[in-house]
Design a protein around this ligand. Structure first.
Ligand code: CP
Length: 309
């Protein structure tokens, strides 16, 4: 059982992460079955509140809650009273007062999910807050790694690209280290947080060195929307110096997993030959997103469901 909210991987123990992954493995059987129906969330309501665009996270939470028989509804900032100037606090109170049990929020500000969680009765799930965390992305990445590598201890994981702006990188870094993997980071110096080495990771500006012998390669999306000024000369140069291609992939372990949270900028972070190769698990990450989100919804609502039953 988890607490009231899921705000980040930073707050979870290795045991809690293992518990979520075990349950997600069970949920995957439901996702891959013909019926896709559980009664787990019957009588509970789940609302997604997205201030930033999303395809994978929002849709997989929506499907997860529907597969579990909740009443679900969705709001985006662009189509809501946020456009009339309503604050996050007032929006949160409004959703809360409709009897909502779980609010799943993506927001452009780091810390927004924690702020909302303090101010509403509903459970809050962080679906990505600014440059801080994206916990369910790291959990679905972890499920993919666990399924293909059997565990995490002793694995070498290379996280490559726009680390500075990436909540996925932070959540994955916390998770992989808690589970016993060795993590290194690579990317342009301008896209590497200044104090990142305090997390006990090696950093490289040379991608070849980072991927050498890696068991897992997680490429990150270049987040041009968060860059206030140009942080690398051209996309073409980025691709040539930092992109994952067949030559670089050949430096990794022969059975290395190639991963990306999506959406991929084809030909920038990775070329199409790598995205579509047999070592690429990007599609499987998407499938695992639904299973992981079902597990999180189940675990976060157990206290409430036990109190009712
Ligand atoms: N990985 C991820 O968060 O993708 P979306 O932005 O499509 O949700």
């Amino acid at each position: 059982m988890l607490g009231k909210d899921l705000l980040g991987i930073k707050q979870l123990t290795a045991e809690e992460i293992s518990g979520i992954l075990d349950l997600a493995g069970e949920m995957k059987k439901v996702v891959l079955s013909e019926d896709k129906k559980l009664d787990t969330l019957k009588g509970l309501s789940v609302v997604t509140l997205f201030y930033e665009n999303s395809t994978r996270t929002r849709l997989s939470f929506e499907l997860a809650s529907k597969y579990m028989s909740s009443s679900s509804a969705n709001i985006t900032a662009s189509g809501s009273s946020v456009q009339k100037g309503e604050s996050l606090l007032d929006t949160g109170h409004t959703i809360d007062r409709m009897g909502t049990d779980v609010i799943i929020m993506r927001h452009q500000c780091s810390g927004a999910a924690a702020f909302l969680a303090k101010n509403v009765k509903a459970s809050v799930i962080n679906a990505g807050d600014g440059m801080n965390e994206h916990p369910t992305q790291a959990l679905l990445d972890a499920l993919t790694i666990k399924e293909h590598k059997g565990g995490f201890k002793g694995l070498k994981a290379a996280i490559i690209g726009d680390v500075l702006h990436s909540r996925v990188a932070r959540s994955n870094l916390y998770l992989l280290q808690k589970m016993g993997a060795e993590v290194c980071l690579a990317g342009p110096a301008t896209l590497m947080p200044k104090d990142i080495e305090r997390f006990g990771v090696k950093t490289y500006n040379n991608v070849d060195k980072a991927v050498e012998g890696a068991d897992v390669i997680i490429n990150l999306r270049i987040q041009l929307e968060r860059q206030k000024s140009a942080l690398f000369p051209t996309v073409r140069e980025y691709s040539s110096v930092f992109g994952l291609n067949e030559r670089r992939l050949a430096l990794a372990a022969p059975d290395a997993l190639v991963m990306h949270p999506g959406p991929v900028n084809r030909g920038v972070e990775m070329n199409s030959a790598v995205i579509d190769c047999g070592q690429s698990f990007i599609d499987e990450q998407v499938t695992n997103g639904v299973s992981v989100r079902m597990a999180v919804l189940d675990l976060l609502t157990r206290g409430k469901r036990n109190a009712v039953n």
